[in-house]
Write a protein that binds this ligand. Sequence first.
Ligand code: NAD
Length: 479
Amino acid sequence: MTSPTNSAEPSFRDSVDIMFNRAVALMDLPPGLEEKIRVCNATYTVRFGVRLRGKIETFTGYRSVHSEHMEPVKGGIRFAMGVHQDEVEALAALMTYKCALVEVPYGGSKGGLRINPRDWDDHEMELITRRFAYELIKRDMINPAQNVPAPDMGTGEREMAWIADQYKRMNTTDINGNACVTGKPPNAGGIAGRVEATGRGVQYALREFFRHSDDVASAGLSGTLDGKRVIVQGLGNVGYHAAKFLSEEDGAKITAIIERDGALQDEAGLDVEAISQWIRSNGGVKGYKGATYHEDGAALLEAECDILIPAALEGVINRDNAPRVQAPLIIEAANGPITAGGDEVLRDKGCIIIPDMYANAGGVTVSYFEWVKNLSHIRFGRMQRRAEESRHQLIVDELERISADASIKWTLSDGFKDKYLRGAGELELVRSGLDDTMRTAYQAMREVWRSRDDVQDLRTAAYLVSIGKVADSYRAKGL
Ligand code: NAD
């Protein structure tokens, strides 16, 4: 990780607290409530052994619960060597604020296992994941009603399927067992559109930003996403989907992709799909022929572009490099990519930052849809789709009957019939729910940003909206 080298740089955990404190200073909360909301309720540390390659390997994992103002609590499980208690607690806090902001009815949680998944083969990873899940399940730290994990860095559908299966083996009569974790594969209780959800949410967030010309002008930009030059750091789940959708559907040009072993650059626009395939086969970007390779990948965070999308890990933009960052608009697809110090420098320069708690909320939003689907035991759209199509068919038949009359000179436009007749399946419904969520949450944030003189940035606005909602929920409970 590009760790901040400046000693004045606050840690990730401190950064979240600093940003929280900046927002609550502008609020009028009852005495003590601010502290209650800020602190992390509990963190469970587990050390467990797994017999691998003829010896017992000991692993350390965490599950942190930041706020239980709503239950279950929700948050991903990360597999990475950098995992530690402070990081998990900071990420759990962000989950509380994120869920409140996008109105998904959860408290915040996060988990992590200190491991390099590349060090172990598939079977070994299954043994380790199941054993970690076992430790959490037996303490109700994975449970459909209490604590529902999801994928994060280093984990995906495969790990979620193992966790769900482990839960069901240990709770054979729980009819809602599948809802104990989200991000499962579609054939194991998952939902269409979950894998793409966070990157798709980044796309919807940018589309909504560009619908507000005042906001676009604040970043010194104009027009739409079409032709905008975009730099993406991290071509993993989130970065890949964001880059793919923005370039394929919105006309944006991905001018640089930064990965752990360097960066690729092409001002004419990179082929995201080809680079993603290359990384999958070669483990990194090095050696890819279709673009200029830079060994010092992180330096491209400072390159000229219209939009910078850090989608890898935290702390990559800090006091050290923020003065050199040229992007006028940054959307935080990763959690905590900008430290509190970096944030201050960028704000002073007039850079607009679309904050993580909003920008990457697509994942938890679609996780919420998956959880609801699991609890209702029916796929979205199953009851309505054909009924909707039949009603549309009636109208099309009627229009065709009228247009068959030779005295009336009109016909249906090409493609209308197919588009109009197609009822929404699960994927369309998930995307529609996600789009609505991202639009509504942006509008709530910008309303505060634009209407209050003491709120200078979207991050403070996001905190104000979300802390306000958490505070309301505590008040309603009589706390
Ligand atoms: P991932 O493991 O799929 O991808 C991370 C990518 O970043 C990988 O391609 C990796 O090679 C790259 N990377 C790692 N270190 C790097 C470095 N130093 N420089 C450049 N690239 C580097 O993880 P992900 O699920 O895409 O998560 C990325 C970020 O998004 C994390 O901060 C995560 O917390 C956040 N996030 C993920 C989700 C989700 O649904 N997966 C949801 C919300 C937030």
